[in-house]
Design a protein. Structure first.
Length: 162
């Protein structure tokens, strides 16, 4: 009985966060969105993309029903410590490498959220790659972002921010 209890405890302790999709040479690991405030109009989406192939691919777009608009963005901090965020046309995924979409770098920007996103939910989206084509994924809503991480819900994304 102790072994069964231990096995159940291990199962429950295992991170429920890990999920992935493999299409061709690409592996998309744990697409997720930290839960934004209920009143948020925007949210950032993050994941790791592994290219196990011999040729580069590029993430060129994203589609989702959770927001009026979804784009590939990059956050940067200049030499003066000023942070900016802008739309990028594509993210290069070199062969044999992993590209992390994370706070402070490349990410998916969901603008004009259609409703609140609650921790534990899964929301479908389509990542669009130059070579791999359309890849269906589910973004998991993770616990809210910790202190010091960028809170996209309070950012002004300009006229294109939907």
């Amino acid at each position: 009985m102790k072994i069964l209890a231990f096995a159940v405890a291990l199962f429950l302790a295992a991170p429920a966060l890990a999920h992935e999709v493999t299409v061709g040479d690409l592996e998309i690991i744990h697409p997720h969105i930290p839960q934004p405030a209920a009143s948020a109009k925007a949210a950032g989406g993050f994941m790791a993309i592994v290219n196990n192939g011999a040729e580069a691919d590029r993430l060129i777009g994203v589609e989702s029903d959770i927001a009026a608009k979804a784009e590939v963005h990059e956050s940067k901090v200049d030499a003066n410590g000023v942070g900016t965020m802008e739309h990028v046309d594509a993210i290069e995924i070199p062969p044999g490498e992993t590209v992390n979409l994370e706070h402070g770098g490349y990410h998916i920007m969901f603008m004009g959220l259609t409703g609140p996103l609650m921790e534990g939910e899964l929301h479908k989206a389509t990542l669009i790659f130059e070579r791999a084509g359309r890849v269906e994924v589910e973004f998991q809503i993770d616990p809210p972002a910790g202190m010091g991480e960028m809170d996209h819900s309070k950012m002004d994304h300009g006229a294109s921010g939907g």
